[in-house]
Design a protein around this ligand. Sequence first.
Ligand SMILES: C[S@@+](CC[C@H](N)C(=O)[O-])C[C@H]1O[C@@H](n2cnc3c(N)ncnc32)[C@H](O)[C@@H]1O
Length: 219
Amino acid sequence: MPSAAELAKAHWNRTPLFFPEQQRYRIYPWLYDAAEFRKHRDQRVLEVGCGTGCDLLQFAKHGAIATGVDITQRHLELARQRVGSVAEVISADGSLLPFPSGSFDYVYSHGVIHHSDRPQLIAKEILRVLKPGGRFNVHVYARYSLAALNYVRRFGRDWKRHVENSVDPVYLDIYTGRDLRRLFPGIKLKLRKYEVPVPFRVFERWVGWFLVANGHKSS
Ligand SMILES: C[S@@+](CC[C@H](N)C(=O)[O-])C[C@H]1O[C@@H](n2cnc3c(N)ncnc32)[C@H](O)[C@@H]1O
């Protein structure tokens, strides 16, 4: 049985996930604020699972000293092409980060932890590489969401194969706020949900597809 990391590499090497910037933030209009791209000028920012580098580039454009890590070779190549010299892109697994403790002011991760079968290790590494008082911002798929309900309705038991950009198998868990609190024990998390079809906007904070958690490493 391949590990989650092996599945991820096979999936995204075969079908890389690349969106031009304009398209990405048209699809996810909430992401610019939720990720806080504009709020980290001169800070050291790490993105875990930077994919093809679109979000990493936004941190850099807004003045952060940005570093991204990922495990998928093709994504790393596309990310390097996209960000050029304004951000660093490193091949590394989020569960074993090649940085000394306390290296970053802010760690961001969008759509990655739910593809890991070792999320506790990733969470531990995020906290280790944050400096005391540093903040993290992680985005995972929400168990209680209209999207999950819709996938189940459309595809039945096999629905998880239809979530990413191809039906190549990829590991996928869906999260509750409680699950995230377990990953970051003892840390007060601010939780919020985003992403619903337009007619359901008023319900977004309860049934959005992305569960976003913000927290501090204690000083
Ligand atoms: C759905 S893509 C999201 C990429 C990017 N964050 C975005 O939003 O476009 C998931 C990414 O997580 C990466 N990934 C999966 N497991 C990882 C791990 N353990 N460490 C680092 N990256 C990982 C994959 O290689 C892939 O690039």
